[in-house]
Design a protein around this ligand. Sequence first.
Ligand code: NAP
Length: 306
Amino acid sequence: MADEYDLIIIGSGPAGLTAALYSGRQQLKTLVLEKTLIGGMGSVVPHMENYPGFEEISGKQLIELMKKQALKYADIQDRVEVKKIEVDSEDKYIIHTTKDTYRAGAVILATGSRHRELGVQGEGEFLGRGVAYCATCDGPLFIDRKVLVVGGGNSAVQQAVYLDDIGVLVALAHRRDNLRAENYLQALLKEREIPIIWNSTVEEIRGDMKVESVLLNNRITGEHKDLPIDGVFIAVGEIPSSQLARKLGVELNKNGYIVTDKAQRTNVRRIYAAGDITDGVNQWVVACSEGAVAALSAYDDLQIKK
Ligand code: NAP
């Protein structure tokens, strides 16, 4: 017999944990399923200054607080991957995972996104041997060593500033001549005097047993340069983790993000979506808001059904 819940939330980032809090407080029997570790990509944010109520806090600290609060109202299971979702004869969702099978009246997809790869030679080969995607996870391995952060968005600049903070010798390479990152982050980059290699793409990551250099291409001059380096942190955006949604027939936009209405309902009955898996502003506070709305919509719909 599958364990029965009113609502199952897939993903335990800021959206999933907030949904759990709101759902549990409405006395829906709630379960959160997380494929990796609680917090997902939220845990690797080095520091935030724009989450209301906290002048400065790291993603890891905030996830710990949110997890503790959510656990008062919901069950949470980590390292459990959802493999398949079906509908049974009683119109309930059957959720098959790598461990157990669950049954629920409604599902919130808060599956977030994953790192986009650069797709250059050497990237896969040197993963964990100089190639990294997470500064807070791998940065301490590079103290007093030279690394290149690739990208021009908030994540790239945040990672560069964090690496500089912990004593890594960091430079940033961006493919254009201006950054996409928010102004306050750009100001931090300037304040720390972190060098920026403009108009440049990484064409290849080179080494023997570990990363030794990157081949840079200046897109304006066409000049190629072999830059000696110990590590490459890649922060060139995210790809929505929408495989489960796709299989369920949930409508996705052209970039693979889930389409919802204002109440976070998808086109599939009693399936909701919240957080980075939906398109729009990718901010912690927005993910929390969407998680709360999704949970309250599920509550409304489940009450109507009863
Ligand atoms: P992003 O904003 O999409 O930026 C990706 C960066 O990588 C862009 O500068 C892009 O260059 C560059 N890029 C993409 N493909 C590339 C390639 N093949 N080669 C070289 N460069 C490449 O991604 P993100 O920084 O990961 O952020 C994702 C979302 O999370 C955003 O909405 C962001 O605002 C949000 N976020 C917010 C915070 C915060 O609130 N502080 C922190 C982190 C992330 P172009 O600029 O030329 O396109």
